[in-house]
Design a protein around this ligand. Sequence first.
Ligand SMILES: Cc1cc2nc3c(=O)[nH]c(=O)nc-3n(C[C@H](O)[C@H](O)[C@H](O)COP(=O)(O)O)c2cc1C
Length: 167
Amino acid sequence: MDAVEAILSRRSIRKYTSQKISSDLVEELIKAATAAPSANNSQPWHFVIINERQILDSIPEFHPYSSMLYFAPLAIAVCGDSQASSSYWVQDCSAATENILLAAHARGLGAVWLGIYPIKQRVQSLRELLALPENIIPLSLISLGYPAVSKTPENRLNPARVHFNRW
Ligand SMILES: Cc1cc2nc3c(=O)[nH]c(=O)nc-3n(C[C@H](O)[C@H](O)[C@H](O)COP(=O)(O)O)c2cc1C
């Protein structure tokens, strides 16, 4: 699958088979994340790979839109270092998150971005659950697994949202 095909066909996948994800594939996803651009090349990201059932199952207790985690074999928390980075850590970690979604899709996995930051209660609950240091802020959680459903691409190109030279 080439890059544009992966971008245009990616969808959020919230139903998974019971198949585990190999550690080599997880490593490839993290490598894809770290290939993202970052302001001043500051690379302010940290990744927490979660495959313990007890941890995955406790996330829906505080995150209302994360029930797919009961069936996901793995999740990755993308976190930013608020001390080490410039003021662009949100953009940097968002780019890393999207790279994981695209790499996962290109490798036949299904994934969905679960919003954490800037919802204070989700940030705090995930910080406690994952024992994150104070300077580390969880931006997103990515639920991953082999897809049990397939979704068709959506064409969202709306010419009314595209402006040439002036609005
Ligand atoms: C910042 C952000 C937060 C999101 N949070 C959630 C979430 O908490 N739970 C969920 O099921 N999907 C979440 N999504 C996925 C969106 O619902 C999804 O991307 C959108 O409906 C478009 O569908 P698609 O990804 O299949 O193209 C989030 C996406 C983004 C970018």
